[in-house]
Ligand binder design. Sequence first.
Ligand SMILES: O=C[C@H](O)COP(=O)(O)O
Length: 253
Amino acid sequence: MKRKPFIAGNWKLNNTIAEAEELIQGLLPRVGAVEDVDVVVAPSFLSLSAVVDSARGSAVQVYAQNMHEKDSGAFTGEVSAPQLVDIDVQGVILGHSERRQYFGETDRALQLKVPRALEAGLIPILCVGETEEEREQGDTERRLRHQVQEGLEKVPVSELHRVVVAYEPVWAIGTGLAATTEQAQETCGFVRALVQGFDKEAGNAVRVLYGGSLKPDNAAELLSQPDIDGALVGGASLDAESFGAIVKAAQGS
Ligand SMILES: O=C[C@H](O)COP(=O)(O)O
């Protein structure tokens, strides 16, 4: 099945508003008119509005890096799905390993966040991945099964195809040590099979991304794999030329 490639840049905790504007202005001439790849940038909350305004009318979509599962209430410091929709954000990264590792994000919370994002009209990118220790102990599949099953459990089958799943081995994030092409393909294939376990057609339609030290020089090979439909890019998304080169690699994949 032909799936539309999907390249997302996670800007993480980087850039002032002025720097974010500079980055999107650098990206627009490179990727602003790309129609055959879904191109996404995810700035920090404070820069979201500015980047949404700059990207308006282009093909670049703007996502948030997190959201709370409740729409409103006494949840100091949080941001909700309706608030993101209100400023024309189109999707949200959920369950990134840094949120799991440093901010106590749980599979239980994700079980609520993923369907809430969909209901609100946002595309969720559900992030999953094993630590180095889990891989060494042969626990990768068990960990991924748990993360995918909890994360998608409350998503209606009719909505499942809209979810994007990002496989990011924690040991490959920001380390310069990407998974090998074989490891990435095999594990993304396993993730797809887990989604197919909910619904065969949805599993065929879902975009599965690879993330972890993906750069312009390894992008084409990773993106050419049958079960890798795109990438969640950290470091290399902070440079317009690098990110542009990765989108180009996806166009040829
Ligand atoms: O969200 C993106 C990933 O954490 C990958 O980050 P990285 O490309 O800097 O390794």
